[in-house]
Design a protein around this ligand. Structure first.
Ligand SMILES: [Zn+2]
Length: 123
């Protein structure tokens, strides 16, 4: 899985932000994971511990919250959650998404990202 690479980016951003603010210690990092990233929160936590070792943010707590994906329908302009179309005839790695109202094609508005909501640090 790609958790290792993503977590490295998260750790890099936290390190950069914390040193920009001349923080001595990072207490807690609040992370929002979109449901379309297909990241496993347990794996992210596992990597976070490994990647923060021997840095000044070692021992900081990582809080992870999931955020539901939001899509927009290209036909009826519906915006909200989508429904998965589970068609065994379609051998795709990603589930197909449909508008729950008109079954039209949807585009993703949010849910593909990993966002650092806040960093609690002591200066
Ligand atoms: Zn629609």
């Amino acid at each position: 899985m790609h958790e290792g690479a993503i977590t490295r980016q998260i750790v890099d951003s936290v390190l950069k932000e914390a040193s920009n603010r001349k923080a001595k210690k990072v207490i807690e990092v609040d992370l929002l994971i979109g449901s379309l990233t297909f990241l496993n929160p347990e794996q992210v936590k596992f990597w976070y511990e490994i990647l923060t070792k021997d840095t000044f943010i070692e021992g900081s707590k990582l809080s992870i919250r999931g955020s539901e994906a939001v899509v927009r329908c290209t036909k009826c302009n519906y915006e909200g959650s989508f429904k998965y179309v589970d068609d065994p005839a379609l051998h795709v790695s990603m589930p197909t998404m449909q508008c729950p109202k008109c079954e039209g094609m949807v585009e993703i508005v949010s849910g593909k990202d990993c966002i650092i909501k806040s960093i609690r640090m002591s200066i």
